[in-house]
Design a protein around this ligand. Structure first.
Ligand code: CP
Length: 363
């Protein structure tokens, strides 16, 4: 075939890099990610985001719903001068009439970067195996299945948010993060990030709701190098001294019977309240990847966090949500730009002339 790909990146398979899992990065690389986000966040604040995704296309495959991930990726592509395509299960054949392998080969002939949110990490892995452009894991949700679910794009935003809210010149490496409640996909990514950076991560959960074994093993290996700490306990007193407390939904994707069971396990000990934050320390902030169940949504009761905390001065969840945009800007330049081929001026003139001449002949 004369032209191996219609994508402007025209990557050779051997040069391909994907964004699959935070554990693929070193400490230095994670600190570089934070700096890249900071540069692009500042650029956005001055309405000066460089057009470094110009002429490029982001394919966005969502097999589950999303507010933050979708809007931040789509907005980032636009701000960077590119384009994003929203591809829900209603829009494409993936998973029904077309295989992962075929969809991957087709989309990577047309898009320059592809992000995927789906149930199984192995589907993203398979997509990457067949893709000729970078693949971004926009969350795989199977933490309760084969335990490989993770949420690395969220994790970048979480790291930036923590860095921005540290006081007294504290470095992110020195920070203590407590995840209270259910250790779901965002906690998996944070376990990798904290252990690579040398942070202290405490996962305070009822028995049976902590991190999967393979994640614990990886984090412990990382901590041997970084000096970080991973503490897993069901003792809520461990929140004392935390710089940040994060909670997660325990009811997401569950039927009513399971939610009732979980409510009885998690409540009241694993609910972030104003009193719990005060107990943790005078400067402890509350984080949540959102959506939160604080008595406002599908479930009318307050679950992992109270409305009082959500509306209070220690709540930084909306800064965290906004930082999804900083993360997506960084991801698109990191994965889209290095392989971008600038069009030659003479080529642009030549093909415009040839096309217009042909149109004259036709009409
Ligand atoms: N935190 C997060 O991933 O949000 P969405 O599900 O809205 O994308």
């Amino acid at each position: 075939m004369k032209y191996p790909s219609s994508s402007v990146t025209n990557l050779e398979k051997k040069d391909l890099r994907h964004f699959m899992n935070i554990n693929q990065f070193s400490k230095k690389e994670l600190l570089d990610w934070i700096e890249l986000m900071e540069i692009l966040k500042e650029a956005r604040s001055k309405n000066a985001v460089p057009h470094l995704f110009k002429g490029q296309s982001l394919g966005m495959i969502f097999q589950q719903s999303s507010t933050r991930t979708r809007v931040s990726f789509e907005t980032a592509a636009t701000l960077l001068g590119g384009h994003a395509l929203f591809l829900s299960p209603r829009d494409i054949h993936l998973g029904s009439k077309e295989t992962v392998e075929d969809t991957s080969r087709v989309l990577s002939r047309m898009c320059d970067v592809i992000m995927i949110r789906t149930d199984l990490y192995e589907k993203i892995d398979k997509f990457a195996e067949y893709s000729t452009v970078p693949i971004i894991n926009a969350m795989s949700t199977d933490v309760y299945g084969d335990d490989t679910g993770n949420h690395p794009t969220q994790c970048l935003a979480d790291l930036l948010t923590m860095k921005e809210h540290l006081t007294n010149g504290e470095k992110i490496e020195d920070a203590t993060l407590v995840v209270l409640g259910d250790a779901s996909t965002p906690t998996v990514s944070l376990a990798y990030a904290c252990s690579k950076l040398g942070m202290t991560l405490k996962v305070v959960s009822p028995e049976g709701y902590n991190l999967p074994d393979h994640v614990i093993k990886a984090a412990e290996e990382n901590n041997k190098v970084s000096g970080g700490k991973l503490i897993m306990t069901d003792d809520v007193e461990e929140v004392i001294g935390a710089d940040f407390i994060m909670s997660e939904e325990w009811c997401w994707g569950r039927d009513e019977e399971e939610v009732n069971k979980r409510d009885s396990i998690f409540k009241p000990n694993y609910v972030v309240t104003k009193e719990l934050l005060e107990k943790a320390g005078p400067n402890t902030y509350f984080m949540h990847v959102l959506p939160a169940n604080a008595g406002n949504g599908y479930w009318t009761d307050e679950k992992e966090v109270t409305r009082e905390v959500m509306e209070g001065p220690r709540c930084i969840v909306f800064d965290e949500a906004e930082n999804r945009l900083s993360a997506m800007l960084a991801l698109l330049v990191y994965y889209g730009r290095p392989h971008y081929t600038e069009p030659k001026k003479e080529d642009l003139i030549k093909y415009e002339k040839e096309t217009l001449n042909k149109l004259k002949e036709i009409f």
